[in-house]
Design a protein around this ligand. Structure first.
Ligand SMILES: CC/C=C\CCC/C=C/C(=O)SCCNC(=O)CCNC(=O)[C@H](O)C(C)(C)COP(=O)(O)OP(=O)(O)OC[C@H]1O[C@@H](n2cnc3c(N)ncnc32)[C@H](O)[C@@H]1OP(=O)(O)O
Length: 285
């Protein structure tokens, strides 16, 4: 059978805390503030410049999510960015370039942990997407219950992995399919489409597009509607709908790690990623 979720989370939480001690950073990469609405926290991603998923940032994010999940005063979280350049640039390419298999294994396990923590959260999660959101960065909106995007041409959103010469894992693909459907996902994933706001709304990868300065206030008013539903009924329903998708990762996570490590260790893949990173560094505004 599948590992018991509570046991698994306890074990992973211990790993996260050990890792956090290892980093021992003074920088606060995730800021949690109470909102004006009772029971709602605002979680701000603050890994400058673009909230790329470094191992340290992922660890801090998971610890903060776990604390909120276990704190009975909270019923919902609004996740937003405190970096002017991006909501999230996804996987930090420096974590998956030029390192060793042990590092890739640890990194991928932690990214899976974040996905499971978000996708199976009992809290209402709303993504207030106030900047560009690429590839792995979409892991947060795609596991949220509701997505609000800033109406700004720079705010592109999508799973653009193929443009880097890599393929999104099945657990990035599955929530996308659940949200926008099979055909639209096939199109978006193969072409690595990054949708501007109007198209993002049309295809359904976001639920609402509003002016940038209204993203957070809109998130709060949407949150109020969601919190009007009794928690137990909403949580049971969320779990019923999401469990089959989550179970696929829980069941296949070791194989998924092995696939990732062998894929990412290929010379040809390392070369493509290094070229992409170099191009990013050249294309300065
Ligand atoms: C079997 C499965 C196998 C593999 C699966 C792997 C799945 C991987 C998923 C991913 O998420 S891969 C990452 C994909 N991300 C992107 O394509 C986004 C890249 N970034 C951008 O497009 C832009 O940076 C931006 C977010 C739109 C912001 O643009 P802006 O012009 O404002 O900033 P700039 O580009 O100058 O970036 C600032 C600074 O940050 C560095 N950077 C950006 N993104 C990343 C990243 N993902 N990883 C590491 N570093 C990144 C960029 O190089 C700049 O650095 P510098 O100041 O030192 O030059």
């Amino acid at each position: 059978g599948l590992p018991d979720a509570a046991f698994w989370w306890k074990e992973r939480a211990t790993c996260c805390k050990v890792r956090a001690r290892r980093f021992g950073s003074q920088r606060q990469l995730v800021v949690v503030e109470p909102s004006s609405t009772a029971g709602v926290a605002v979680l701000k991603l603050k890994n400058l410049p673009v909230n790329s998923f470094s191992l340290e940032f992922l660890t801090e994010l998971i610890i903060n999510l776990e604390k909120l999940e276990n704190d009975k005063t909270f019923r919902g979280i609004i996740i937003t960015s405190d970096c002017p350049k991006a909501f999230s640039a996804g996987v930090d390419l420096r974590e998956i370039c030029g390192k060793n298999p042990a590092h890739y294994t640890e990194y991928w396990k932690v990214l899976q942990d974040l996905w499971l923590r978000l996708y199976l959260s009992n809290l209402v999660l709303i993504s207030a997407i106030n900047g560009p959101c690429a590839a792995g960065g979409c892991l947060i909106p795609l596991t949220s219950d509701y997505r609000i995007l800033a109406d700004n041409p720079k705010c592109l959103i999508g799973l653009n992995e193929t443009r880097l010469g890599i393929s999104a894992p099945f657990w990035f693909k599955d929530p996308l399919v659940n949200i926008i459907g099979h055909r639209a996902s096939e199109h978006a994933l193969q072409l690595g489409l990054l949708f501007p706001p109007a198209e993002a709304l049309q295809v359904g990868i976001v639920d609402k597009v509003v002016p940038k300065d209204q993203v957070q206030s809109t998130a709060l008013s949407v949150m109020t509607q969601w919190l009007a539903i009794p928690d137990h009924a909403r949580q049971l329903t969320k779990n019923m709908i999401r469990k089959p998708t989550a179970d696929l990762l829980v069941k296949h996570r070791d194989t998924d790690i092995q696939n990732f490590v062998s894929f990412i260790s290929r010379d040809s893949i390392q070369k493509s990623l290094q070229m992409y990173l170099a191009k990013l560094k050249q294309n300065k505004d």
